[in-house]
Design a binder for this molecule. Structure first.
Ligand SMILES: Cc1ncc(COP(=O)(O)O)c(C=O)c1O
Length: 414
Protein backbone atom coordinates (compact mmCIF):
# COMPACT_ATOMS: atom_id res chain seq x y z
CA UNK A 1 0.00 0.00 0.00
CA UNK A 2 1.33 3.39 -0.90
CA UNK A 3 -1.30 5.80 0.36
CA UNK A 4 -0.70 9.51 -0.05
CA UNK A 5 0.30 11.57 2.94
CA UNK A 6 -2.18 11.22 5.75
CA UNK A 7 -4.43 8.83 3.84
CA UNK A 8 -4.18 5.95 6.28
CA UNK A 9 -5.78 7.99 9.03
CA UNK A 10 -8.79 8.77 6.89
CA UNK A 11 -10.25 5.32 6.52
CA UNK A 12 -12.56 6.05 9.43
CA UNK A 13 -14.33 8.67 7.32
CA UNK A 14 -15.25 6.14 4.69
CA UNK A 15 -18.85 4.97 4.46
CA UNK A 16 -17.94 1.38 5.42
CA UNK A 17 -17.80 2.29 9.09
CA UNK A 18 -18.10 -1.13 10.56
CA UNK A 19 -14.41 -1.96 10.43
CA UNK A 20 -12.40 -2.47 13.59
CA UNK A 21 -11.24 0.90 14.82
CA UNK A 22 -13.93 2.84 12.99
CA UNK A 23 -16.09 3.62 16.00
CA UNK A 24 -15.33 6.99 17.59
CA UNK A 25 -12.98 6.46 20.49
CA UNK A 26 -12.18 2.92 19.41
CA UNK A 27 -8.42 2.57 19.46
CA UNK A 28 -8.27 -1.00 18.11
CA UNK A 29 -5.62 -1.33 15.39
CA UNK A 30 -6.74 -0.78 11.84
CA UNK A 31 -6.70 -3.76 9.50
CA UNK A 32 -3.35 -4.35 7.82
CA UNK A 33 -5.13 -4.27 4.48
CA UNK A 34 -8.05 -1.85 4.76
CA UNK A 35 -11.14 -1.99 2.61
CA UNK A 36 -10.79 1.38 0.92
CA UNK A 37 -8.71 4.41 1.76
CA UNK A 38 -8.38 7.57 -0.29
CA UNK A 39 -5.35 8.28 -2.42
CA UNK A 40 -4.06 11.80 -1.77
CA UNK A 41 -1.17 11.87 -4.20
CA UNK A 42 -1.55 14.96 -6.39
CA UNK A 43 -1.94 18.70 -5.85
CA UNK A 44 -4.23 18.41 -2.81
CA UNK A 45 -1.75 19.89 -0.31
CA UNK A 46 -0.78 22.73 -2.64
CA UNK A 47 -4.35 23.76 -3.49
CA UNK A 48 -5.57 23.50 0.10
CA UNK A 49 -2.56 25.57 1.21
CA UNK A 50 -3.64 28.23 -1.32
CA UNK A 51 -6.98 28.49 0.48
CA UNK A 52 -5.35 28.71 3.90
CA UNK A 53 -2.81 31.28 2.73
CA UNK A 54 -5.41 33.44 1.00
CA UNK A 55 -8.06 33.15 3.69
CA UNK A 56 -10.68 31.90 1.18
CA UNK A 57 -11.74 28.93 3.26
CA UNK A 58 -15.52 29.03 3.21
CA UNK A 59 -18.16 28.45 0.54
CA UNK A 60 -17.16 31.40 -1.64
CA UNK A 61 -13.88 31.10 -3.49
CA UNK A 62 -12.21 30.46 -6.79
CA UNK A 63 -11.80 26.72 -6.22
CA UNK A 64 -15.57 26.22 -5.84
CA UNK A 65 -16.25 27.73 -9.26
CA UNK A 66 -13.28 25.97 -10.80
CA UNK A 67 -14.31 22.59 -9.38
CA UNK A 68 -17.86 23.03 -10.68
CA UNK A 69 -16.65 24.07 -14.14
CA UNK A 70 -14.07 21.27 -14.41
CA UNK A 71 -16.46 18.62 -13.14
CA UNK A 72 -19.16 19.70 -15.60
CA UNK A 73 -16.61 19.68 -18.42
CA UNK A 74 -15.38 16.25 -17.43
CA UNK A 75 -18.90 14.86 -17.76
CA UNK A 76 -19.76 16.96 -20.81
CA UNK A 77 -22.59 18.62 -18.85
CA UNK A 78 -23.69 22.22 -19.08
CA UNK A 79 -23.91 22.83 -15.33
CA UNK A 80 -22.57 21.48 -12.04
CA UNK A 81 -23.46 22.69 -8.56
CA UNK A 82 -21.23 21.67 -5.64
CA UNK A 83 -22.83 20.65 -2.34
CA UNK A 84 -21.77 19.70 1.18
CA UNK A 85 -22.31 16.02 0.42
CA UNK A 86 -24.09 13.62 -1.92
CA UNK A 87 -27.16 13.33 0.29
CA UNK A 88 -27.65 17.11 0.15
CA UNK A 89 -27.27 16.98 -3.64
CA UNK A 90 -30.01 14.33 -3.81
CA UNK A 91 -32.32 16.28 -1.51
CA UNK A 92 -31.99 19.41 -3.64
CA UNK A 93 -32.16 17.51 -6.94
CA UNK A 94 -35.47 15.94 -5.90
CA UNK A 95 -36.87 19.34 -4.98
CA UNK A 96 -35.71 21.02 -8.16
CA UNK A 97 -37.40 18.44 -10.40
CA UNK A 98 -40.71 19.27 -8.72
CA UNK A 99 -41.09 16.50 -6.15
CA UNK A 100 -43.83 17.47 -3.71
CA UNK A 101 -44.52 16.33 -0.15
CA UNK A 102 -46.57 13.10 -0.13
CA UNK A 103 -45.41 12.16 -3.64
CA UNK A 104 -43.76 8.77 -4.18
CA UNK A 105 -40.32 8.08 -5.61
CA UNK A 106 -39.44 4.80 -7.31
CA UNK A 107 -35.97 3.64 -6.23
CA UNK A 108 -34.00 0.46 -5.49
CA UNK A 109 -34.15 -1.46 -2.24
CA UNK A 110 -30.57 -2.65 -2.63
CA UNK A 111 -28.60 0.54 -2.05
CA UNK A 112 -26.99 2.59 0.69
CA UNK A 113 -29.72 4.36 2.68
CA UNK A 114 -28.84 7.97 1.69
CA UNK A 115 -31.14 8.30 -1.37
CA UNK A 116 -34.14 6.98 0.60
CA UNK A 117 -33.37 9.45 3.37
CA UNK A 118 -33.24 12.27 0.80
CA UNK A 119 -36.73 11.26 -0.39
CA UNK A 120 -38.00 11.56 3.17
CA UNK A 121 -36.23 14.92 3.70
CA UNK A 122 -38.36 16.15 0.78
CA UNK A 123 -41.49 14.90 2.56
CA UNK A 124 -42.05 12.20 -0.08
CA UNK A 125 -42.19 8.39 0.20
CA UNK A 126 -40.01 5.71 -1.36
CA UNK A 127 -41.43 2.81 -3.36
CA UNK A 128 -38.66 0.22 -3.31
CA UNK A 129 -37.85 -2.02 -6.25
CA UNK A 130 -35.96 -5.31 -6.06
CA UNK A 131 -32.60 -5.80 -7.75
CA UNK A 132 -32.12 -8.02 -10.76
CA UNK A 133 -29.63 -10.79 -10.11
CA UNK A 134 -27.31 -10.32 -13.11
CA UNK A 135 -25.98 -6.83 -12.35
CA UNK A 136 -27.31 -6.35 -8.77
CA UNK A 137 -28.99 -3.11 -9.92
CA UNK A 138 -32.64 -1.95 -9.76
CA UNK A 139 -34.76 -4.24 -11.92
CA UNK A 140 -36.06 -2.12 -14.85
CA UNK A 141 -38.76 -4.68 -15.73
CA UNK A 142 -40.30 -4.24 -12.29
CA UNK A 143 -40.21 -0.44 -12.62
CA UNK A 144 -41.99 -0.56 -15.99
CA UNK A 145 -44.53 -3.11 -14.74
CA UNK A 146 -45.31 -1.01 -11.68
CA UNK A 147 -45.79 2.23 -13.59
CA UNK A 148 -47.83 0.65 -16.37
CA UNK A 149 -49.91 -1.85 -14.41
CA UNK A 150 -50.09 -0.67 -10.83
CA UNK A 151 -50.54 3.04 -11.39
CA UNK A 152 -53.30 5.11 -12.96
CA UNK A 153 -53.31 8.38 -14.84
CA UNK A 154 -55.07 11.45 -13.43
CA UNK A 155 -55.09 15.12 -14.36
CA UNK A 156 -52.21 15.71 -11.96
CA UNK A 157 -50.05 12.81 -13.15
CA UNK A 158 -49.45 9.13 -12.59
CA UNK A 159 -50.66 7.79 -9.23
CA UNK A 160 -50.04 4.58 -7.33
CA UNK A 161 -53.27 2.54 -7.24
CA UNK A 162 -52.44 1.14 -3.80
CA UNK A 163 -51.87 4.49 -2.08
CA UNK A 164 -53.42 7.11 -4.38
CA UNK A 165 -50.18 9.09 -4.16
CA UNK A 166 -48.62 10.80 -7.17
CA UNK A 167 -45.39 9.37 -8.58
CA UNK A 168 -43.06 12.38 -8.31
CA UNK A 169 -39.76 11.02 -9.66
CA UNK A 170 -37.73 7.96 -10.56
CA UNK A 171 -34.45 7.58 -8.69
CA UNK A 172 -32.20 4.91 -10.19
CA UNK A 173 -29.07 4.36 -8.09
CA UNK A 174 -26.00 3.01 -9.89
CA UNK A 175 -24.63 0.85 -7.09
CA UNK A 176 -21.03 -0.25 -6.55
CA UNK A 177 -19.78 1.35 -9.77
CA UNK A 178 -22.08 -0.43 -12.21
CA UNK A 179 -24.81 1.37 -14.17
CA UNK A 180 -28.50 0.57 -13.97
CA UNK A 181 -29.98 -0.61 -17.28
CA UNK A 182 -31.60 2.76 -17.94
CA UNK A 183 -33.10 2.48 -21.44
CA UNK A 184 -36.44 0.97 -20.35
CA UNK A 185 -36.61 3.31 -17.36
CA UNK A 186 -35.99 6.41 -19.46
CA UNK A 187 -38.59 5.27 -21.98
CA UNK A 188 -41.33 4.77 -19.41
CA UNK A 189 -40.36 8.03 -17.67
CA UNK A 190 -40.77 9.90 -20.93
CA UNK A 191 -44.11 8.22 -21.62
CA UNK A 192 -45.54 9.54 -18.34
CA UNK A 193 -43.53 12.77 -18.05
CA UNK A 194 -41.68 11.59 -14.94
CA UNK A 195 -38.36 13.21 -14.00
CA UNK A 196 -35.36 10.91 -13.59
CA UNK A 197 -32.78 11.76 -10.94
CA UNK A 198 -29.67 9.58 -11.26
CA UNK A 199 -27.86 8.73 -8.04
CA UNK A 200 -24.35 8.28 -9.39
CA UNK A 201 -22.66 8.67 -5.98
CA UNK A 202 -20.92 5.30 -6.32
CA UNK A 203 -20.40 5.29 -10.06
CA UNK A 204 -18.39 8.28 -11.17
CA UNK A 205 -16.50 7.20 -14.28
CA UNK A 206 -18.86 4.39 -15.24
CA UNK A 207 -20.36 4.21 -18.72
CA UNK A 208 -23.79 3.15 -19.97
CA UNK A 209 -23.98 2.19 -23.65
CA UNK A 210 -21.13 4.57 -24.43
CA UNK A 211 -22.38 7.51 -22.35
CA UNK A 212 -21.04 8.56 -18.96
CA UNK A 213 -23.23 7.68 -16.01
CA UNK A 214 -24.81 10.87 -14.71
CA UNK A 215 -25.74 12.17 -18.18
CA UNK A 216 -28.93 10.23 -18.76
CA UNK A 217 -31.59 11.67 -16.47
CA UNK A 218 -32.66 15.31 -15.95
CA UNK A 219 -30.19 15.65 -13.13
CA UNK A 220 -27.54 13.46 -11.47
CA UNK A 221 -25.86 13.47 -8.08
CA UNK A 222 -22.35 12.47 -7.04
CA UNK A 223 -20.60 12.04 -3.69
CA UNK A 224 -17.04 12.83 -2.69
CA UNK A 225 -17.18 11.10 0.67
CA UNK A 226 -13.85 9.68 1.89
CA UNK A 227 -14.57 6.22 0.52
CA UNK A 228 -15.59 7.30 -2.99
CA UNK A 229 -13.48 7.09 -6.14
CA UNK A 230 -12.42 10.70 -5.63
CA UNK A 231 -12.89 12.59 -2.39
CA UNK A 232 -13.10 16.06 -0.94
CA UNK A 233 -13.32 14.66 2.59
CA UNK A 234 -17.07 15.20 2.33
CA UNK A 235 -18.81 16.73 -0.63
CA UNK A 236 -21.24 16.26 -3.46
CA UNK A 237 -22.13 17.52 -6.91
CA UNK A 238 -25.32 17.95 -8.85
CA UNK A 239 -25.03 17.85 -12.64
CA UNK A 240 -27.56 18.87 -15.27
CA UNK A 241 -27.93 20.33 -18.75
CA UNK A 242 -31.03 22.26 -17.76
CA UNK A 243 -30.18 25.89 -16.84
CA UNK A 244 -33.40 26.34 -14.86
CA UNK A 245 -32.70 23.25 -12.70
CA UNK A 246 -29.10 24.38 -12.15
CA UNK A 247 -30.21 27.86 -11.15
CA UNK A 248 -32.83 26.51 -8.76
CA UNK A 249 -30.30 24.09 -7.24
CA UNK A 250 -27.78 26.88 -6.73
CA UNK A 251 -30.48 29.03 -5.14
CA UNK A 252 -31.69 26.33 -2.76
CA UNK A 253 -28.17 25.27 -1.73
CA UNK A 254 -27.27 28.89 -0.91
CA UNK A 255 -30.08 29.39 1.65
CA UNK A 256 -32.42 30.65 -1.11
CA UNK A 257 -30.98 34.12 -0.97
CA UNK A 258 -32.88 36.63 -3.13
CA UNK A 259 -31.06 39.75 -2.04
CA UNK A 260 -27.64 39.25 -0.47
CA UNK A 261 -27.30 42.90 0.58
CA UNK A 262 -30.67 43.18 2.27
CA UNK A 263 -30.66 39.55 3.43
CA UNK A 264 -33.97 38.65 1.80
CA UNK A 265 -35.04 35.00 1.41
CA UNK A 266 -38.36 34.20 -0.27
CA UNK A 267 -38.37 30.55 0.74
CA UNK A 268 -36.68 28.12 3.13
CA UNK A 269 -33.39 27.08 1.55
CA UNK A 270 -30.40 25.09 2.76
CA UNK A 271 -26.82 25.80 3.71
CA UNK A 272 -25.53 23.07 1.39
CA UNK A 273 -22.60 24.77 -0.37
CA UNK A 274 -19.22 23.07 -0.58
CA UNK A 275 -16.34 25.01 0.99
CA UNK A 276 -13.40 26.37 -0.98
CA UNK A 277 -11.01 24.08 0.96
CA UNK A 278 -13.00 21.01 -0.04
CA UNK A 279 -13.31 22.23 -3.63
CA UNK A 280 -9.53 22.75 -3.72
CA UNK A 281 -9.12 19.11 -2.83
CA UNK A 282 -11.73 18.21 -5.44
CA UNK A 283 -9.79 20.02 -8.18
CA UNK A 284 -6.67 18.08 -7.30
CA UNK A 285 -8.51 14.75 -7.16
CA UNK A 286 -10.22 15.43 -10.47
CA UNK A 287 -6.83 15.87 -12.13
CA UNK A 288 -6.08 12.27 -11.20
CA UNK A 289 -9.49 10.79 -11.92
CA UNK A 290 -8.32 8.77 -14.92
CA UNK A 291 -5.49 7.25 -12.88
CA UNK A 292 -7.87 6.41 -10.03
CA UNK A 293 -10.34 4.81 -12.44
CA UNK A 294 -7.62 2.84 -14.16
CA UNK A 295 -6.46 1.54 -10.77
CA UNK A 296 -9.99 0.34 -9.94
CA UNK A 297 -10.32 -1.45 -13.27
CA UNK A 298 -6.88 -3.02 -12.89
CA UNK A 299 -7.73 -4.29 -9.40
CA UNK A 300 -11.04 -5.68 -10.70
CA UNK A 301 -9.36 -7.47 -13.60
CA UNK A 302 -6.83 -9.12 -11.26
CA UNK A 303 -9.55 -10.23 -8.83
CA UNK A 304 -11.61 -11.58 -11.72
CA UNK A 305 -8.70 -13.61 -13.00
CA UNK A 306 -7.72 -14.92 -9.58
CA UNK A 307 -11.22 -15.73 -8.29
CA UNK A 308 -13.17 -16.85 -11.36
CA UNK A 309 -13.99 -20.53 -11.07
CA UNK A 310 -13.67 -20.72 -7.28
CA UNK A 311 -16.62 -22.87 -6.18
CA UNK A 312 -19.47 -20.74 -4.87
CA UNK A 313 -17.83 -17.45 -5.83
CA UNK A 314 -19.40 -15.08 -8.36
CA UNK A 315 -17.02 -12.30 -9.37
CA UNK A 316 -18.29 -8.77 -9.72
CA UNK A 317 -20.52 -8.51 -12.79
CA UNK A 318 -20.06 -6.16 -15.73
CA UNK A 319 -22.83 -6.30 -18.32
CA UNK A 320 -21.82 -6.15 -21.98
CA UNK A 321 -23.64 -2.79 -22.27
CA UNK A 322 -21.78 -1.36 -19.29
CA UNK A 323 -18.40 -0.06 -18.38
CA UNK A 324 -18.19 -0.45 -14.62
CA UNK A 325 -16.13 1.92 -12.50
CA UNK A 326 -15.66 -1.02 -10.06
CA UNK A 327 -15.89 1.45 -7.20
CA UNK A 328 -16.05 -1.13 -4.39
CA UNK A 329 -14.93 -4.53 -5.64
CA UNK A 330 -17.37 -7.13 -4.38
CA UNK A 331 -17.98 -10.83 -4.83
CA UNK A 332 -21.04 -12.94 -4.21
CA UNK A 333 -20.75 -16.11 -2.16
CA UNK A 334 -23.21 -18.95 -2.55
CA UNK A 335 -23.08 -20.49 0.91
CA UNK A 336 -24.41 -23.87 -0.20
CA UNK A 337 -21.68 -24.31 -2.79
CA UNK A 338 -18.85 -22.53 -0.96
CA UNK A 339 -19.71 -24.28 2.31
CA UNK A 340 -19.30 -20.97 4.13
CA UNK A 341 -21.36 -17.80 4.39
CA UNK A 342 -20.09 -14.28 3.71
CA UNK A 343 -20.14 -13.37 7.45
CA UNK A 344 -17.90 -16.32 8.35
CA UNK A 345 -15.54 -15.53 5.46
CA UNK A 346 -15.43 -11.96 6.64
CA UNK A 347 -14.51 -13.06 10.19
CA UNK A 348 -11.74 -15.31 8.88
CA UNK A 349 -10.27 -12.58 6.70
CA UNK A 350 -10.46 -10.13 9.62
CA UNK A 351 -8.32 -12.55 11.65
CA UNK A 352 -5.78 -12.40 8.82
CA UNK A 353 -5.76 -8.57 9.07
CA UNK A 354 -7.89 -8.09 5.97
CA UNK A 355 -10.85 -5.74 6.13
CA UNK A 356 -13.90 -6.72 4.09
CA UNK A 357 -17.48 -5.59 4.25
CA UNK A 358 -20.85 -7.26 4.25
CA UNK A 359 -23.59 -5.47 2.48
CA UNK A 360 -26.52 -3.11 3.02
CA UNK A 361 -29.67 -4.33 4.64
CA UNK A 362 -32.29 -4.04 1.87
CA UNK A 363 -34.17 -0.84 2.49
CA UNK A 364 -37.57 -2.53 2.51
CA UNK A 365 -36.38 -4.29 5.69
CA UNK A 366 -34.81 -1.18 7.21
CA UNK A 367 -36.49 0.01 10.41
CA UNK A 368 -35.74 3.55 9.22
CA UNK A 369 -38.09 3.06 6.25
CA UNK A 370 -40.47 0.51 7.68
CA UNK A 371 -43.85 0.42 6.00
CA UNK A 372 -42.51 1.46 2.61
CA UNK A 373 -43.67 -0.96 -0.10
CA UNK A 374 -41.28 -3.06 -2.16
CA UNK A 375 -41.83 -4.58 -5.60
CA UNK A 376 -40.32 -8.01 -5.02
CA UNK A 377 -37.39 -8.06 -2.60
CA UNK A 378 -36.03 -11.61 -2.57
CA UNK A 379 -33.04 -10.80 -4.78
CA UNK A 380 -31.99 -7.84 -2.62
CA UNK A 381 -32.30 -10.02 0.48
CA UNK A 382 -30.09 -12.66 -1.07
CA UNK A 383 -27.52 -10.07 -2.21
CA UNK A 384 -27.45 -8.72 1.34
CA UNK A 385 -26.56 -12.19 2.65
CA UNK A 386 -24.10 -13.08 -0.09
CA UNK A 387 -22.14 -10.01 -1.15
CA UNK A 388 -18.75 -9.31 0.34
CA UNK A 389 -16.60 -6.32 -0.62
CA UNK A 390 -12.86 -6.86 -0.79
CA UNK A 391 -9.97 -4.42 -0.26
CA UNK A 392 -9.75 -2.22 -3.34
CA UNK A 393 -8.06 1.08 -2.46
CA UNK A 394 -6.58 2.64 -5.59
CA UNK A 395 -3.16 2.26 -3.95
CA UNK A 396 -3.60 -1.47 -3.22
CA UNK A 397 -0.24 -3.09 -3.97
CA UNK A 398 -0.01 -6.29 -6.01
CA UNK A 399 1.37 -8.31 -3.10
CA UNK A 400 -1.46 -7.05 -0.87
CA UNK A 401 -4.02 -8.15 -3.41
CA UNK A 402 -2.29 -11.52 -3.64
CA UNK A 403 -2.57 -11.83 0.15
CA UNK A 404 -6.30 -11.12 -0.04
CA UNK A 405 -6.75 -13.76 -2.73
CA UNK A 406 -4.68 -16.31 -0.81
CA UNK A 407 -6.60 -15.65 2.42
CA UNK A 408 -9.91 -15.96 0.61
CA UNK A 409 -8.86 -19.24 -1.01
CA UNK A 410 -7.72 -20.55 2.36
CA UNK A 411 -10.96 -19.49 4.06
CA UNK A 412 -12.92 -21.32 1.37
CA UNK A 413 -10.65 -24.35 1.55
CA UNK A 414 -9.81 -23.96 -2.11
C1 LIG B 1 -25.63 5.37 -3.47
C2 LIG B 1 -25.29 6.52 -2.60
N1 LIG B 1 -26.04 7.63 -2.67
C3 LIG B 1 -25.79 8.69 -1.92
C4 LIG B 1 -24.73 8.71 -1.03
C5 LIG B 1 -24.57 9.90 -0.18
O1 LIG B 1 -23.38 10.54 -0.30
P1 LIG B 1 -22.76 11.34 0.93
O2 LIG B 1 -22.17 10.36 1.87
O3 LIG B 1 -21.74 12.21 0.29
O4 LIG B 1 -23.86 12.13 1.54
C6 LIG B 1 -23.91 7.57 -0.93
C7 LIG B 1 -22.74 7.44 -0.07
O5 LIG B 1 -22.19 8.01 0.67
C8 LIG B 1 -24.20 6.44 -1.71
O6 LIG B 1 -23.46 5.33 -1.63
Amino acid sequence: MTPGAGAAGQAAQAEPRDAPGDAPGDTAPRAAIPLSVPEIAGNEWRYVKDCLDSGWVSSVGAFVERFEAEFAARLGAAHAVATTNGTAALHVALRTVGLRPEDEVVMPSFTFIAPANAVRYAGAWPVFVDAEPETWQMDPARVVHFLERQCFWTGSGLCNRATGRRIGALLPVHVLGHPVDLTPILAVAERYGLPVVEDAAESLGAGYRGQPVGRLGQIACFSFNGNKLMTTGGGGMLVTDDPALAEQARYLTTTARDDALEGVHATVGYNYRLTNIQAAMGCAQLERLDALLAAKRRIAARYREALAGLPGVQVMPEADWAESAFWLYSIRLDEEVAGLGSREVRARLARAGIETRAFWQPLHLSPAHSGAPCLGGAVAERLHREILSLPCSCGLALDEQDRVVAALREALGA
